[in-house]
Design a protein around this ligand. Structure first.
Ligand SMILES: Nc1ncnc2c1ncn2[C@@H]1O[C@H](COP(=O)(O)OP(=O)(O)OP(=O)(O)O)[C@@H](O)[C@H]1O
Ligand SMILES: [Mg+2]
Length: 920
């Protein structure tokens, strides 16, 4: 709050400050008298105002400020109120007066005079521009010593004013002021609004108001510094002697030159030097006046760092050093998956632990890294990978390694712990002073009230970094929570944020938004991006693509088997689904129906199991499910059992079996990650591995955290015998490196594209040596196609659902959508392709368009022009259109793996990223 900066208080003579004079005659006279006594040089003239309607102003104001003013709140006539006491509450009052603060005797005195006739035209002008002021306010009183209660923003337009607190809430309104007075309102002037008195602190530009900047407290716009370019970081060595603030005796200089040397040579070629502190920074953080020494990243690391990683380290350094925003030390590194966030953090931690810009004093002593359980060991491994085991000792907490050991160990300066373990050992962790906190996969902190967030906040470590590869800007509330975690207070309180940013931004996106609302929303969004951009860094996969081998993605539409079709039809004709479509059932039975269809697509035996289970344990509260299964058991063969594994019952499993065989035969040294979101499906896939004698390893939600890294490591080892890695993507996929495999098969599809994208990123990442093949299996014409379409349709694209925790339960379906979901398209070879309205449909396949000159009108002529798709974002329909696409009945397919399985496939979309880079 800027209270103390009020001119009246700055001058330390509030008694001299002229008092507010309301325009009511009696008051005016009495206050005038008082005023004259206090400030003899100010003369007040009685305010003569004509009754007027303010509604025009109000509307104009609401247009400009984007404030909804209820018509019942329209400004009333001045004559209705004769004194302040008559004001209707504090927030609504129409009469006011003003005068200029008398600071010195020599100051010109502002004497408002009526001159109504002369200014009539001016005053009636409804389209005059709004002006904005930063002000301080307090309750109106006759006290000599004002005690300002808060900062506020004043909007003056025509003859009306609105006072907003720093959360953007209206706290006062008034009208009936003199147009001229509001026009000439300036710093130091006071004004009465309702029961409040304000003093103008300064003028706010229209830009700063509409962007919402003026509501930002605690962070001056001038406190920000531009992002340092990588070049600017490569500064020549600057002798630390220059900055010594001690007496420059020869002796001192010599001594200090020996003591205060950068740890690494900033002049060396390829050196990465951190930005030097500004004088302001030095004043705040170097009170002892120690010499300023260059902080230089260990060349051992720099040799391995990619250029985006160097920039990322500089960015993180500036953030945690409070160089980007004064008084704020947090950052969000939101680089897309696989860009090496871990390595960037390790470089930062190592630099901060060993070096200091002021007198070489290490910037941090201890760092805490909190990460999902499955990544604890990976962090340790990465520390060892980049720094070896000699330079630094990191401590990981698990069953055998307790926090006490870390507390008592002088050797360890980095503690790595899982979120779960953190909660369990919070009491002990709280006793340790950490100077840097890194939260990996930190999008989980999006809810400020969850235990984990509360626990982390309780650690009182100001330097906080969130790492996340998942986009975070889609949900404004969650976005706020993450920002509030790293840089508390930067966006004001939650209610401020809602008023200033969230509401206008959301409002502007409504189809019914007016032009003004759209403009305001855009400006607020732009300002939010600007402000948060100072401490959020996100780079996309493209920057690393050039270091990666080619990636071939294929979407395989697998024909359902006869058994699947029959069961599917039966399910769709069930009473439950019919009632769902009429919207007459409660308790979301559509979720049960969707679940049953998805199971069926994976393998009919999953549905069989569910039916059997229901028959064995019927519970009345789940009767919808029993109803749904009515008559299904009869469709299965008499001797069907869930233990007799057979791939012939599932279209996708048939394709999978052939695909695995093809890979085994054609690329015997290459390995596969096989992903499903369901444990039961993974069981089936595991059975299949056994059946065919494929060696496998498995990681799912049941795998003990302590074993996960070991499973990953041994799989990535080139001597590992496991051919297949069975992975439950939701349970443990995030952050894992599975570069030991070069084929990844997504057996089922999730509602949330982010889950699938996460899984795919496990294989195509730094360290991958082979061409990567990604296959997504979808059952033709089924609900899986619909889910896929939803992923790539507008909804998926607008990015609203890019949150790993969101499942179908969080998705609302309209009856129309459900109708669409519950259709089986039996006569289409690819409904998704049908939807593209591609001209080739049903006429001709396109396998190798480059060798074929196709007429221009063909929408599906794809050629070599691959869409410049961001591999980490959901595809759009139009991007999909750019992919090669062809039916499985094509004579010969260029892809040898697909050639082997084409008979079971009705359609294929395929795209190659990085085709130019030769494979190894
Ligand atoms: N400069 C580099 N040179 C070689 N390998 C690198 C480099 N930077 C990172 N890597 C490797 O790339 C892989 C991915 O890095 P990392 O796990 O840090 O990615 P990430 O950004 O955390 O991704 P995610 O969001 O998936 O967790 C790791 O195996 C890491 O060792
Ligand atoms: Mg990571």
């Amino acid at each position: 709050m800027r209270r103390s900066a009020a001119p009246s208080q700055r001058l330390g003579n509030s008694a001299k400050k002229p008092r507010f004079i309301p325009p009511g005659k009696n008051n005016t006279i009495c206050l005038k008298k008082e005023n004259e006594q206090l400030v003899p040089e100010i003369k007040l003239t009685e305010v003569e105002e004509k009754q007027q309607s303010g509604s025009g102003h109000t509307r104009a104001l609401s247009r400009i400020c984007g404030i909804n003013i209820n018509s019942t709140q329209s400004v009333e006539s001045l004559g209705e109120i004769s004194s302040m006491e008559k004001c209707n509450g504090e927030n609504e009052c129409k009469a006011a007066g003003m005068k200029k603060v008398n600071r010195t005797k020599a100051d010109p005195v502002h004497v408002p005079t009526p001159e109504i006739a002369r200014h009539k035209k001016e005053e009636d002008e409804p389209d005059c521009l709004a002006k904005y002021f930063s002000v301080v306010w307090c309750k109106a009183s006759k006290k000599k010593h004002k005690k300002w209660e808060g900062d506020a923003v004043l909007i003056a337009k025509g003859k009306s004013v609105i006072l907003k607190d720093m959360e953007g809430k209206d706290i006062g309104r008034g009208t009936g002021y003199k147009f001229k007075d509001l026009e000439s309102l300036d710093e130091g002037q006071t004004l009465m609004i309702g029961g409040k008195e304000i003093e103008v602190m300064g003028i706010i530009s229209a830009e700063d108001f509409s962007s919402g900047k003026c509501f930002q407290t605690g962070v001056g716009m001038s406190t920000t510094v531009p992002i340092a370019s990588s070049q600017s970081t490569l500064k020549p060595f600057c002798s630390p002697l220059k900055n010594v603030c001690k007496p420059s005796t020869k002796e001192n200089l010599l001594k200090e030159s020996q003591n205060y040397k950068p740890r690494h040579d900033p002049n060396a070629s390829n050196s990465l030097v951190m930005p030097r502190p500004t004088p302001d920074h030095q004043r705040t953080f170097n009170k002892a006046g120690l010499p300023v020494v260059d902080v230089v990243v260990d060349p051992y690391l720099v040799n391995h760092l990619r250029s985006h990683q160097k920039e990322g380290i500089v960015f993180l350094y500036e953030c945690v050093m409070g160089m980007r925003l004064s008084g704020k030390f947090g950052a969000i590194l939101a680089d897309e998956m696989g860009l090496g966030k871990t390595f960037q953090c390790i470089s930062l931690v190592w630099t901060l632990l060993r070096q200091g810009l002021y007198g070489c004093k290490p910037i941090i002593k201890r760092a805490l890294i909190v990460t999902p359980g499955s990544l604890v060991k990976n962090w340790k491994k990465e520390f060892q990978k980049w720094l070896g085991s000699e330079r630094i000792k990191v401590f990981t907490v698990d069953q055998d390694n307790k926090v006490e050991e870390f507390i008592n160990s002088p050797l360890h300066s980095v503690l790595i712990i899982s979120y779960e373990m953190l909660l369990r050992t919070l009491d002990q962790i709280q006793t340790i002073e950490f100077n840097l906190l890194i939260c990996d996969e930190g999008h989980r902190l999006k809810n400020s009230s969850i235990k984990t967030t509360t626990a982390l906040v309780s650690l009182s470590c100001e330097r906080r970094i969130i790492l996340t590869g998942t986009p975070i800007q889609n949900d404004l509330q969650e976005f706020y929570a993450l920002i509030e975690f790293v840089n508390p207070g930067i966006l004001g309180s939650l209610s401020t944020y809602r008023k200033i940013y969230e509401e206008p931004i959301i409002q502007s996106r409504e189809p019914s938004a007016t032009k003004e609302e759209k403009e305001l929303g855009e400006k607020r969004a732009a300002e939010l991006t600007r402000l948060t951009g100072l401490f959020i860094l996100r780079r996309t996969q493209e920057i690393i693509n050039k270091f990666l081998p080619p990636k071939k993605e294929s979407i395989l539409f697998c024909r359902p088997t006869a058994l699947q079709l029959e069961l599917y039809r039966k399910l769709l004709s069930s009473r439950v689904i019919r009632s769902c479509l009429q919207g007459v059932l409660e308790n979301c039975p559509h979720l049960i129906c969707i679940g049953a269809l998805k199971k069926l697509c994976n393998h009919p035996c999953l549905l069989f199991n569910a039916i059997k289970e229901k028959q064995c344990n019927p519970t009345c509260d789940e009767s919808e499910e029993s109803n749904l299964y009515e008559g299904l058991r009869e469709i299965f063969p008499q001797d069907y059992t869930s233990t007799t594994f057979t791939e012939t019952d599932s279209g996708k499993l048939q394709v999978l079996a052939k695909l695995l065989a093809a890979i085994r035969e054609l690329s015997p040294s290459e390995r596969i990650v096989l992903v499903s979101n369901y444990t039961q499906t993974l069981n089936i896939l595991q059975e299949m591995c056994k059946h065919y004698g494929y060696s496998y390893t498995r990681l799912d939600g049941h795998t003990p955290i302590s074993q996960r890294q070991q499973i990953v490591d041994s799989f990535n080892n080139k001597f590992c015998s496991a051919f297949i890695f069975l992975l439950s993507s939701k349970a443990g996929g995030v952050g894992l490196n599975l570069v030991g495999a070069s084929h990844l098969i997504l057996y089922d599809i999730d509602w949330n594209p982010a889950t699938d994208i996460q899984a795919m990123a496990r294989v195509w990442r730094d360290g991958q040596k082979h061409t990567v093949h990604i296959y997504r299996l979808l059952t033709t014409g089924s609900i899986e196609e619909k889910i896929y379409q939803r992923q790539i349709s507008k909804q998926g694209l607008s990015g609203a659902v890019v949150d790993l925790s969101k499942t179908s339960e969080h998705i609302r379906f309209s009856i129309e959508e459900l109708k669409n979901l519950f259709i089986l398209h039996e006569d289409s070879s690819c409904v998704t392709h049908d939807l593209l309205e591609c001209n080739c449909m049903g006429k001709k396949d396109h396998q190798n368009p480059s060798s074929e000159k196709l007429p221009v009108y063909r929408g599906c002529q794809l050629g070599q022009h691959h869409a410049k798709a961001d591999s980490k974002k959901p595809l759009s329909m139009s991007q999909l259109m750019q992919w090669k696409h062809f039916s499985g009945q094509h004579q010969t397919l260029a892809d040898p793996f697909l050639e082997r399985i084409k008979n079971n496939i009705s359609f294929i979309f395929q795209n190659v990223t990085n085709p130019a880079i030769p494979t190894s």
